[in-house]
Design a protein around this ligand. Structure first.
Ligand code: FAD
Length: 489
C-alpha cells in the first residue's frame, strides 16, 4: 500500500553451538532453509579430531585438519560465525551467553542445536593433565608434538654428557582405544624409522613405547579377535602392551600403575600421553539442570528419540554429548544427528510432519596401527592389514573438510608413508609451556588484554600518532643536521 512500509517478519533464528562434526554439519544442513544461522564456537576452526595424533607426531600440519570455520561457511549466506565459549544457556529466555577474552555476547534463538562434544576425562584426577596431556584439541596436539620431539632432544643432550636418559626415551600412552593404539604405533614408527639417522649420542631405536590400559584387551569395541591381532601388530612394531594396569599416579618424571593382584610398578617417563577417557561438555549439565534430563557417568545427557530435550522441542543435542541407545562417541553419530536435526528444523518451518525417531546408520570403525596396517569393522566384515589401511586412507580423505586439506594430507602421507620423512616436526618452547603459563594467570588469557570498557581507541590512537610524528621529526632532523654517525658525548 502506498505510504506504508512492509514489515518483514524476522527470519527464524537457529543458534548452533560448536564447530566440530555436529556443529558444522548442522549449520551446513540448514544452507537451503529459510533461517538465519549463528554458529558459536570457542575455536575459530573446525577440527578433524581423528587425525590429531598425526599432528602430534609430525605427519600433518594443524592447518590441514583444522580449516577456519568462517572460510568453510563463507559461501553459505544465511550463516554467520561467532567466536566465544558458551558459558550459559537460558532455555526459558531462549538466550545463549558466550564469552571471549572477557567480552560477553548474548544471542537469542528460536531453535538451538547443541554440539559441544566432549573433553578428556582423568577420572577425577585432573592434576594428571599437567603431566600427561590429552588429545582433544590443536593445543593438545602441538603440546604433545613439542613434548615428544623435545624428549628426544633432551635425551641427546643428556647422553652427550653421559647421563642416564632412559626416562627421556620412554614414552607412555595411557588408553588402548583407537587413539591410544594409533598414537603408540606412530611414536614407535617415529623412533624406529623416522629418527633413526638423526641423532649422534642416542639410538632412537632404543626408545621404549609403552601402551597401558586397565582393560584386559586392546581396542575393546573391535572385539576380542581384532584386539588380539592389533596387540600382536603393535608388539611387532616394538610397543610394550601392558594390560590390566590402572594408572594411579602421574608426575613430571613418570607414572605408577597398579595391577588387580595389588602389584604396583613405576615407569619413569617424561613424555606421557593420556588417551583414556572422555567427559561430555559441561553444557550438558546446564541443560540437564533446566530440563531434568538425566546425565550418565560420562556426563552425557539423555535425549528424546528425536534428539530434542524433554519439554523443549526447539532444542536439539547431538554427538558426543548425548546418551541415546548406547550410541558410540564417533564422528558419524554427530554428523548423522546434526543432519537429522537440521532437516527437522527446516521441515517444521515448511509445515512437514515430524520425521521418524533418529536412527544411526553404522558405517563401520577403523584404526590405523602403522603404515600399511590397520584394522576395520564394516558390518559383519572384519579386515586387517593393507586392505584395512587403504580403506582408512580413502575414508579419511573423503571426510577431511575442503579440497586444500585433502591435497595437503595426501602429500604429507606420501612423504611419511612411502618415504621416511615427517615434514611437520617444528616445535617451539611456547607450544610446550604456554598452557602452564596461562594457567598461572587468574583470569586466563583475559588477564593479558584490556578490560572491554577500558579500551579507549581515540586516546591510544592519538598517543601512537604523536609518538610516530615525533620519531619521524627526529629522523629528519638527524639527516638534515648531518648528525648521523656522529657520536654524541
Ligand atoms: C583423538 C581422537 C580420535 C578420534 N578418532 C575417531 C575416529 O577414528 N573415528 C570416529 O568416528 N571418531 C573418532 N573420534 C571421535 C570423534 O572425533 C567425535 O565423536 C566427534 O568429534 C564428535 O563430534 P561433536 O560435534 O559431538 O563434538 P566435537 O567434534 O568435539 O566438537 C565440539 C565443538 O564444540 C566446541 N565447544 C565445546 N565447548 C564449547 C563451549 N562451551 N562453547 C562453545 N563451543 C564449545 C568445540 O570447540 C568444538 O568445536 C576421535 C576423537 C578424538 C579426540
Amino acid at each position: 500500500m502506498a505510504g506504508q512500509t512492509e514489515i518483514r517478519p524476522e527470519r527464524h533464528r537457529v543458534v548452533v553451538i560448536g564447530s566440530g562434526f555436529g556443529g558444522l554439519f548442522g549449520a551446513k544442513g540448514l544452507a537451503r532453509a529459510d533461517v538465519d544461522v549463528t554458529l558459536i564456537a570457542k575455536t575459530t576452526h573446525h577440527l578433524f579430531q581423528p587425525l590429531l595424533y598425526q599432528v602430534a607426531t609430525g605427519i600433518l600440519s594443524e592447518g590441514s585438519i583444522a580449516p577456519p570455520t568462517r572460510e568453510v561457511l563463507a559461501n553459505q549466506k544465511n550463516a554467520k560465525t561467532l567466536l566465544g565459549e558458551v558459558i550459559d544457556i537460558d532455555l526459558e529466555a531462549k538466550q545463549i551467553t558466550s564469552e571471549v577474552l572477557g567480552r560477553r555476547t548474548v544471542t537469542a534463538y528460536d531453535s538451538l542445536l547443541v554440539a559441544a562434544g566432549a573433553t578428556q576425562s582423568y577420572f577425577g584426577n585432573d592434576h594428571f593433565a599437567d603431566h600427561a596431556p590429552g588429545m582433544k584439541s590443536i593445543d593438545d596436539a602441538l603440546e604433545l608434538r613439542g613434548r615428544i620431539f623435545g624428549a628426544f632432544e633432551m635425551a641427546e643432550l643428556g647422553a652427550s654428557r653421559g647421563d642416564n636418559v632412559d626416562h627421556l626415551l620412554t614414552f607412555v600412552v595411557v588408553g588402548a582405544g583407537p587413539t591410544g593404539v594409533e598414537m603408540a604405533g606412530q611414536i614407535a614408527e617415529l623412533a624406529h624409522r623416522t629418527l633413526k639417522h638423526d641423532f649422534r649420542a642416542i639410538n632412537s631405536r632404543e626408545a621404549r613405547v609403552v601402551l597401558v590400559d586397565a582393560a584386559p584387551q586392546v581396542l575393546p569395541p573391535f572385539g576380542a579377535k581384532l584386539g588380539e591381532k592389533t596387540k600382536r601388530e603393535l608388539e611387532k612394531l616394538g610397543v610394550e602392551v601392558v594390560l590390566g594396569a590402572m594408572v594411579t599416579e602421574v608426575d613430571e618424571r613418570g607414572l605408577t600403575i597398579a595391577f588387580k593382584d595389588g602389584r604396583t610398578e613405576r615407569i619413569n617417563s617424561v613424555a606421557k600421553i593420556w588417551a583414556a577417557g572422555v567427559q561430555a561438555s559441561s553444557l550438558s549439565k546446564t541443560l540437564s539442570e533446566q530440563t531434568g534430563a538425566p546425565l550418565d557417568r560420562a556426563g552425557r545427557i539423555s535425549v528424546n528419540p528425536d534428539l530434542t530435550l524433554p519439554g523443549h522441542p526447539e532444542v536439539f543435542v547431538v554427538g558426543d554429548m548425548i546418551n541415546l541407545d548406547k550410541l558410540p562417541g564417533v564422528a558419524q553419530v554427530a554428523i548423522q544427528g546434526a543432519k537429522y536435526a537440521a532437516k527437522e528444523i527446516d521441515g517444521r518451518l515448511k509445515g512437514k510432519a515430524p520425521q521418524q525417531p533418529f536412527k544411526y546408520f553404522d558405517k563401520g570403525s577403523m584404526a590405523i596401527i602403522s603404515r600399511f596396517s590397520a584394522v576395520a569393522m564394516v558390518g559383519k566384515l572384519r579386515l586387517t592389514g593393507l586392505i584395512a589401511w587403504l580403506m582408512w586412507l580413502f575414508v579419511h580423505l573423503i571426510y577431511i573438510t575442503g579440497f586444500k586439506g585433502r591435497v595437503s594430507a595426501l602429500l604429507h602421507w606420501s612423504i611419511s608413508f612411502l618415504g621416511r620423512g615427517r615434514s611437520e616436526r617444528t616445535t617451539t618452547e611456547q607450544q610446550i609451556f604456554a598452557r602452564a603459563a596461562l594457567k598461572r594467570l587468574e583470569g586466563g588469557a583475559a588477564d593479558l588484554v584490556s578490560e572491554p570498557g577500558e579500551y579507549d581507541r581515540e586516546r591510544l590512537e592519538a598517543e601512537r600518532r604523536a609518538e610516530l610524528e615525533a620519531q619521524a621529526a627526529e629522523e629528519a632532523r638527524l639527516t638534515d643536521a648531518n648528525e648521523r654517525g656522529t657520536s654524541v658525548r
